[in-house]
Design a protein around this ligand. Structure first.
Ligand SMILES: [Fe+2]
Length: 339
C-alpha cells in the first residue's frame, strides 16, 4: 500500500519519543558558595531522575542554623531550581553535609542534621526514612514504562565506627603522603551497623529490573588511604559476598566523595562483573587521583556528572561520565541478564 512520506516520518518521530529507555543521572560534592554551571548540562540531558550522592552542601558545623543556611544557598541556585523542575531528586549524605569532615557515629548533631536534610529534599512526613532512629538510609522504586529500578541508599555515617590512622611507614611506595591520606583498613569495624545490614540485605533480595546502590564513598577500589569501603573490609566483603551468594543480578554501584570521576569493574564469583561509576564533584576537583586497579580507562579531575542510560529493549546500561558542558568523558556498557 502506498504510504505518503510524511506519514512514515511521523511514525519514526513517534518511535524515537517513546524509545524504551530510562536515564538516571547523578553527582556529588557541590559547594553552596560556588557556581555550579554543570547543573545546566544535567538538565539539558533530560534525566528521568537525579541522585545526589553526598557532600550536597559543605555544612561542616554543629550549628544547625548554619547548616540550614547552607542548604538554602543550594536551593537558591538557579541550576538546582531548574534540576528540581526537570526531574525528581534523590539524596544520601556524605561527611560534609552530615556535618563534619570524615565524621562517623560520634558526630553530635546527626538527628538534627537528618531532619534538615530530609526537609530540604521534601521527604514525605510519613516516610520510614524519617521515623527510623538508627540512620538516614532509604530505598526508592523508580518506575518507568513498566520497568522497576530499585535505588538503595545506605547511610555510611550514622553508625560508622572510628577510622584507623595509617602510619606514614605504610604509605604506598612512590606516593607522597599528601596523595594517600591518613587511613588504613581495619577488621572488626563497621559503617552500617547490624540493624542497617539486615535492612540492606532484605532490600537487595527484592526483585528489580535494575538495582542501583548509591554509596556516598567508593566501594570497589581497594585503596585505603582516603575514606572508602576498603577501610572497612568486613562491610565490603559482606556486601560483595551477599551479592555473589544470592546471585543478585543487574546490580550497579554509583558513588561520589573523591573529587574525581572514574569507572571501576571487578570480576567476582558472579555471572556478571560488578560495575561502579564514581562521579565527583559537581563543583569540587582534585588533581591527585589515587591508585585503583579496577579502574577502566582514566580518572577525570575536572567537574563531572554520571549517567546510567538503560536501554531496556537491548538489555544494556550505558555507564557514562560527562563534563561541565555535557560532553561525554567516557562511556562503558553493562549487559543486563537475560530475562
Ligand atoms: Fe566532597
Amino acid at each position: 500500500m502506498f504510504r505518503p512520506l510524511y506519514f512514515s516520518l511521523l511514525l519514526l518521530a513517534t518511535a524515537g519519543a517513546q524509545a524504551d529507555t530510562t536515564r538516571i543521572a547523578f553527582g556529588s560534592c557541590i559547594h553552596q558558595d560556588k557556581p555550579a554551571p554543570i547543573l545546566d548540562a544535567v538538565v539539558a540531558r533530560q534525566p528521568d531522575a537525579f541522585v545526589l550522592l553526598g557532600d550536597n552542601v559543605y555544612g561542616d558545623t554543629t550549628d544547625m542554623k548554619e547548616l540550614q543556611r547552607k542548604y538554602q544557598k543550594l536551593g537558591a541556585k538557579p541550576g538546582y531550581q531548574a534540576l528540581k523542575k526537570a526531574a525528581p531528586v534523590y539524596a544520601i549524605w556524605d561527611d560534609h553535609d552530615y556535618g563534619q569532615n570524615d565524621a562517623g557515629k560520634e558526630y553530635p548533631q546527626k538527628a538534627a542534621s537528618k531532619r534538615i536534610m530530609l526537609d530540604f529534599f521534601e521527604e514525605p512526613t510519613d516516610s520510614p526514612r524519617r521515623s527510623r532512629n538508627d540512620g538516614n538510609y532509604a530505598s526508592y522504586w523508580i518506575e518507568d514504562n513498566g520497568h522497576f529500578i530499585h535505588l538503595i541508599l545506605p547511610d555510611l555515617r550514622w553508625n560508622r565506627d572510628a577510622l584507623s590512622k595509617e602510619s606514614t611507614d605504610d604509605l604506598i611506595p612512590g606516593l607522597k603522603p599528601a596523595n594517600s591520606g591518613p587511613y588504613a583498613a581495619t577488621q572488626g569495624r563497621t559503617m552500617l551497623g547490624e540493624t542497617q545490614w539486615q535492612w540492606l540485605e532484605q532490600e537487595l533480595l527484592k526483585p528489580a529490573d535494575l538495582t542501583i546502590i548509591g554509596s556516598s564513598i567508593q566501594l570497589l577500589p581497594e585503596f585505603t588511604g582516603w575514606e572508602s569501603w576498603a577501610n572497612f573490609p568486613d562491610d565490603r566483603s559482606r556486601l560483595i559476598q551477599f551479592i555473589e551468594n544470592n546471585r543478585i543480578a543487574d546490580v550497579v554501584f554509583i558513588s561520589g566523595d573523591t573529587h574525581w570521576g572514574e569507572v571501576s569493574r571487578t570480576f567476582v564469583n558472579h555471572p556478571q562483573p560488578l560495575w561502579e561509576v564514581t562521579s565527583s564533584g559537581l563543583t569540587e576537583e582534585w588533581k591527585e587521583i589515587s591508585p585503583n586497579r579496577h579502574r577502566l580507562g582514566e580518572g577525570f579531575s575536572q567537574v563531572n556528572f554520571g549517567e546510567l542510560d538503560i536501554n531496556w529493549a537491548a538489555g544494556e546500561v550505558g555507564l557514562s561520565l560527562f563534563d561541565v558542558s555535557g560532553q561525554p568523558l567516557e562511556q562503558y556498557t553493562m549487559i543486563l541478564s537475560e530475562r
